[in-house]
Write a protein that binds this ligand. Structure first.
Ligand code: DQA
Length: 146
């Protein structure tokens, strides 16, 4: 089963970006780790990151058409992008929303997510491990028919 792990703005700067908040793992290390976890779980994991909202919505359309489960960290778009939510709402397989930091312990503007209401589940505050946990849940629970 193919799974898309989609990351929004600034997440390509993991390891450099506010390491006290997001940790020391770089984006490249995270992507390698998730592909390895995918191999272990029998998933074909495709890890992507973009700074462009339209690219993200296009990837979500691709996932909808392919009936692929998605692990989504939409970064700041989580909190204000109706376009990303509308694209994610078209998915035909489970979506797991991931945030590296515990957004609920942070600024008020991070407390609301436009994605959560259409997600199968949400993992926040467990660092980059949240992505691997999401993949494990997908391996155990998702089918492309969902
Ligand atoms: C984030 C939390 C968001 O509030 C922030 O804008 C990000 C990263 C996280 O993974 O903790 O870019 O999604």
């Amino acid at each position: 089963m193919k799974v898309l792990v989609l990351n929004g703005p600034n997440l390509g700067r993991l390891g450099l970006r506010e390491p006290d908040v997001y940790g020391a793992t770089t984006y490249a290390q995270l992507a390698d780790r998730l592909r390895a976890v995918g191999t272990e779980l029998g998933l074909d994991v495709d890890v992507r990151q973009t700074e462009h909202e339209g690219e993200m919505t296009t990837w979500l359309h691709e996932a909808a058409d392919g009936r692929f489960p998605v692990v989504l960290n939409a970064g700041a778009w989580t909190h204000y992008s109706i376009a990303v939510r509308d694209a994610a709402a078209q998915l035909n397989a489970p979506l797991v929303e991931v945030h590296i930091s515990n957004v609920h312990k942070r600024e008020e503007f991070r407390h609301h997510s436009h994605i959560s209401a259409i997600a199968a589940g949400v993992i926040v505050g467990l660092g980059v491990d949240g992505y691997a946990l999401a993949l494990r849940w997908i391996a155990d629970n998702a089918t492309t028919q969902a």
